[in-house]
Structure formats: structure tokens, C-alpha cells
Design a binder for this molecule. Structure first.
Ligand code: DQA
Length: 152
């Protein structure tokens, strides 16, 4: 019997619930549910089953990561500002031990100095930034290849 490993958890952190109120020049003006709908469409096209999570509370994000191995086979993480300083979230992701891609809508490498730091360095397969929503499509492609869900 073969078990399908095709579940991808898409985690958004602090301030993503108000994505459509953030600077459209930087974040594109989409709402979180519009972004999630796009991600779901791409995921299904690749044979992946997405589940979505967002919170503004760091402890809730950590607790979701604790449950992650029971919920998903892989993850896409955009932890917002936490990406740059939350060692607690990085430690929890390390314990989850799932293939994970870090995504940022904006180009964190060419903005403020502090946004260049990522606590996920060394824990993720790739860090994709500055590509807007398409960055998630790229992350899904990577994970589909990793999980063998794209028939590769
Ligand atoms: C972000 C980049 C972070 O620096 C910022 O704090 C965010 C969004 C992005 O998707 O571009 O909240 O993660």
C-alpha cells in the first residue's frame, strides 16, 4: 500500500489578517483569503492538499507548529516580522522536521537591514522573496517535487 504525502500547510503570521490594508506598493493589495484562494488553486493543480493557518499570536503559531507533523507533510511559512527575530518559532519549526519553504511577498533583501535576517536559515529548503503571490507557486512546485506529488 502506498501512502500519499501531499498535504501542505500554509502558515501566515502576524499582520497577515489585514494584508489588504497594508501598503499595496509593497504587498500588492490582495486580501489574505484572495491570496489563499490562489495558493489553493495552484496546490490542487499540482496534486497537493493545502491547509491554511494564520494568527497574530506568537504562542499560537508555536503551538500550531507543534501539531504540524500530525496535520501536514510539508509547509510554507510566511511568519511576517517574526521571521526576523523569533527564535521560539524557529525552534518549533526545527522540531516539526517537515520539508518547508520560507516565502515573503516583498523583497526582504532590499528593504530595511533588519529584514535581511531570517531565523529560518538552515531550517528551510529555500527562501523565496520579492515575487509576490507567485513566490508561493514556486514554493509549491519545490514541495511537490520534494514529496513526489507531481508525479516526478
Ligand atoms: C513579509 C516581510 C516581513 O519583513 C514583514 O514584516 C511582513 C511581510 C512579506 O511577506 O513580505 O509582515 O513577510
Amino acid at each position: 500500500m502506498t501512502t500519499t504525502r501531499n498535504r501542505v500547510a500554509v502558515l501566515h503570521g502576524v499582520n497577515f489578517d489585514i494584508l489588504d490594508r497594508r501598503d499595496p506598493e509593497v504587498y500588492g493589495g490582495l486580501s489574505l483569503s484572495e491570496l489563499e484562494q490562489r495558493i489553493a488553486g495552484w496546490a490542487h493543480g499540482l496534486g497537493l492538499e493545502p491547509i491554511f493557518f494564520q494568527t497574530n499570536h506568537e504562542g499560537e503559531f508555536v503551538e500550531y507548529l507543534h501539531r504540524l507533523p500530525d496535520l501536514a507533510d510539508s509547509a510554507i511559512v510566511n511568519a511576517g516580522a517574526w521571521s526576523h527575530y523569533s527564535r521560539a518559532i524557529a525552534d518549533a519549526l526545527d522540531v516539526a522536521r517537515l520539508p518547508t519553504v520560507e516565502v515573503h511577498l516583498s523583497d526582504v533583501e532590499s528593504r530595511d537591514e533588519w529584514r535581511r535576517v531570517s531565523v529560518f536559515d538552515g531550517l528551510v529548503l529555500a527562501k523565496i522573496c520579492g515575487k509576490g503571490p507567485d513566490g508561493y507557486r514556486e514554493a509549491l512546485d519545490l514541495l511537490a517535487g520534494e514529496l513526489g506529488a507531481d508525479g516526478a
